[in-house]
Design a protein around this ligand. Sequence first.
Ligand SMILES: Cc1cc2nc3c(=O)[nH]c(=O)nc-3n(C[C@H](O)[C@H](O)[C@H](O)COP(=O)(O)OP(=O)(O)OC[C@H]3O[C@@H](n4cnc5c(N)ncnc54)[C@H](O)[C@@H]3O)c2cc1C
Length: 395
Amino acid sequence: MLHVDTLIIGGAVMGSSIAYWLSENQDYDGTIVVVEPDPTYAHSSTALSEASIRHQFSQPVNIKLSMFATEFFSNFHDNVQVNEDAPDLPFRETGYLFLASQDGMENLISNHEIQKECGAEVALLNPKEILERFPYMNVSDLEGGSLGIRNEGTLDAFSLMQGFKLRARHNGVQYMNNRVVSLTVNKNKTLVESAKLDSGENVSCSRVINCAGPRARWIAEMVGLPLPVEPRIRAAFVFDCREKLEGQTLPLTIDPSGVHVRTDPPYYLAGAPPTEDLEVHPDDFKVRQEEWSENIWPVLANRIPAFEKIKVTSSWAGHYAYNTLDQNAIIGPCEHLPNFFFCNGFSGHGFQQSPGVGRGISELITYGEYRSLNLSELGYERILRNEPFLEKAVI
Ligand SMILES: Cc1cc2nc3c(=O)[nH]c(=O)nc-3n(C[C@H](O)[C@H](O)[C@H](O)COP(=O)(O)OP(=O)(O)OC[C@H]3O[C@@H](n4cnc5c(N)ncnc54)[C@H](O)[C@@H]3O)c2cc1C
């Protein structure tokens, strides 16, 4: 039977980030295998992501993860190059703009204070200041907004994943085109011993990392552990607006209703949590068109009157790996099963967390502790204790 030291289940942005960081670490000397059933990644959250980064969170650990991503992205070519070649990762720095009516102001202000303490470049704007920058917005029902001045915007999730993957393979990581169908634990249920693949092959392993995105719960069930993560549909609608918006470029704007919109040159892109936000089948990628006409477009037309006359040019739907406890990541091993690692539940912010999470898990594996950024608040034990670690700024 093939033996591997680290078996990573799922090779999209999280699995490939961990493979990258472990294989870059001179102190780690084991073998690394990534099992991924779909080398096209067509239905992965990564490929269907809106691929944006913000520093505006409510939890310092999330802010710091994104700050590290900014640093990593700005040296992306050097970080992942193989023989001087690397995927392009262009950054459109538009900022995020969180809008608030009276109800949301307290949250906006307390989040802003936390962000400033962490060193984020953000500004609180009153309605007049919003209008000065974005004269095309209707601010009549707003009390304020929080704008990211630097380091927030949009990149390309597929390029990021490819960069991690190409460099990891160059470093000796093996990607297997296969699917994990079951895991075996020892008699005392204290260690994972092996994985069975769809091909029938068994692989013995010293540790396993669950990077199966929206399907992560079923991997956890294979070792008898609960995981409050489910696939939830999120659609993106790309639309054309003939009228030019005069003023500062539209940032990734989050309306108090929860609808968000950003530029997607030469078009715009909008989305929102569906009205009935429930678990969907992992193979259900149907775009609910009525969400556009009933839920999203009326909000857009109210916020930006020029969006009264727009035309949808394309749309797609992907899945959030939605953590129903607190919409935050679940990272690290379980006390009862210390060689099984979670890397799950990223909800809507896993793209930007992938560099910091990959680095953190590689440190946990190599040194038994976090060395650069402590991610223990995102640990699995809170799930067993049913203690949410709430992120208030979710999209
Ligand atoms: C519409 C949308 C917009 C988003 N926008 C943003 C954004 O702007 N910013 C942001 O930071 N994040 C965003 N996200 C979230 C982000 O895309 C995800 O958090 C991130 O891509 C998760 O990566 P992952 O590797 O954990 O999961 P995935 O990309 O889903 O990868 C999981 C992989 O596991 C594999 N797998 C599944 N089962 C098995 C098995 N049994 N054996 C082996 N492999 C298996 C799958 O084939 C898949 O390739 C968005 C997500 C969506 C859907």
